[in-house]
Design a protein around this ligand. Structure first.
Ligand code: LLP
Length: 421
């Protein structure tokens, strides 16, 4: 459920008409709903009620500080994967003890920055990384809390580019080697080994892969405990999928996911951490764009819109589907017609949808790409020298620009020209 609904024929974000935001900031832009962000965060928080837990929002999904602050004020921790994310979370006021550091390639600088600024734990992804964290911690006179991310060799049954839990993926250490790796970790004085971490992929639309992975984590936890490790925290990753179409998809709900966690892991008495990103932000955001031209091709009509693959890369990169809706609700009975919806970037890949049925549109009409709140703005680029598009946050009847559109000069003047030219 989200808060982007038609009222009297016009699309609203909570209590603000989308057309009003478009008039104020120009198109294209991203708009997020505070109520939807909070609702989705609370679904997870409530799903783990009764268990000692922390929901660490995977801020790679949407990392604007206003979004982070909204969630942090509701009690969320953060899952970060880079120094930039770590510093951004800190800048948004998230305390170090609520920040988890994930990612396969943490550098010494990143590790030192997090140890100095405060960190809840590092999720360690390899033996060499473990040794570096140990060395950096010792050099600072600190002890680094860690979990080890294990690769359970489970098929997440999602798009190959976002599946992470199979043995051929670069993530985690093979679960079969976990005993040796934990023994090594325990021998390192700069580390405090507190738990186990797993994350098998993103946009999972079934619970079964989670069950298989968590069952392996439970077995591993018992083995590790019997070997003398004080495993007290389980980080279960993110990955719960969202409906990208309004009609026929019904991925499992956070409450069902919470029940599964309880069933598979409850008996261990561990503190539970989860790292959802997409489910919190995905359906809390739209990308709004304007039709520039309607162009008749040989056998089809193209809607050429002012948003492009550099602004929302998911369709080009993952063949992802985003529902596209007109900002003015079509009158009842209007016959839809098929369009190819494309951006102005000079690649055929800059196609958002093919032969999508929409009520007839004209140049100047506004459309909204739904489910664009996660992995939308954060994956944008300036390809074709198109400045990053603004982000807007709505709360009730208020809205605020939370990242403004840069000027062309700001974008161009980042280049420097060598003296010899
Ligand atoms: N934790 C870790 C360690 C992750 O790598 C990820 C996502 C998450 C949590 C959050 O997963 P989520 O709950 O959002 O599914 N750009 C792609 C998605 C990449 C996901 C990467 N890792 C897309 O647009 O579909």
């Amino acid at each position: 459920m989200d808060h982007f609904l038609y009222r009297d024929g016009a699309l609203f974000a909570e209590d603000v008409p989308i057309s009003e935001i478009a008039a104020a900031v120009g198109t294209p832009f991203y708009v997020y709903s505070t109520a939807t962000l909070l609702r989705h965060f609370r679904l997870f928080d409530e799903a783990l009620e009764g268990t000692d837990h922390l929901v660490c929002y995977a801020m790679k999904a949407a990392s604007n500080q206003a979004i982070l602050k909204t969630l942090a004020q509701a009690g969320a921790g953060m899952d970060v994967v880079s120094m930039g994310e770590y510093l951004r979370a800190k800048a948004a006021g998230v305390p170090g003890e609520k920040i988890v550091f994930s990612g396969v390639g943490k550098t010494e600088l990143e590790i030192r920055t997090a140890l100095e600024g405060g960190i809840r734990q590092f999720n360690v992804e390899s033996e060499p990384e473990m040794d570096v964290i140990n060395a950096v911690a010792l050099s600072l006179g600190k002890v680094a809390p860690i979990t080890v991310r294990v690769n359970p060799d489970v098929d997440a049954k999602t798009h190959a580019k976002i599946a992470t839990g199979k043995s051929e993926n670069k993530f985690g250490i093979p679960i079969a080697r976990a005993g040796a790796v934990y023994a090594h970790a325990a021998s390192l004085p700069g580390l405090d080994v507190i738990g186990v971490d797993v994350h098998i992929g993103s946009q999972l639309t079934e619970l079964e892969p989670f069950r298989l992975a968590y069952r392996k984590v439970a077995e591993l936890t018992e083995t590790l405990r019997s070997e003398g490790h004080d495993i007290r925290r389980l980080d279960l990753g993110g990955g719960l999928g969202i409906p990208y179409t309004r009609s026929n998809e019904a991925p499992p709900l956070p409450v069902e996911y919470g029940q599964l966690i309880q069933e598979e892991l409850g008996h261990l008495g561990c503190e539970i951490e989860i790292e959802p990103g997409r489910l919190i932000a995905g359906n809390a955001g739209l990308m709004v764009s304007k039709v520039i031209y309607v162009k008749s091709g040989e056998d089809r009509d193209f809607l050429i819109v002012d948003g492009a693959m550099n602004d929302l890369i998911r369709p080009a990169m993952y063949e992802a589907h985003h529902d596209i809706v007109p900002v003015l609700e079509p009158a009842p009975g209007v016959e839809p017609q098929p369009y190819d919806i494309v951006g102005p970037v000079c690649e055929t890949g800059d196609t958002f949808a093919k032969q999508r049925n929409l009520a007839p549109l004209q140049a100047g009409d506004l459309i909204a790409f739904r489910s664009a709140g996660a992995y939308g703005a954060v994956m944008a680029s300036e390809y074709n020298s198109r400045p990053l598009i603004p982000e807007v946050l709505v709360q009730g009847d208020q809205f605020a620009v939370i990242r403004r559109r840069p000027t062309f000069d700001e974008m161009i003047n980042r280049d420097t020209i060598p003296e010899w030219l």
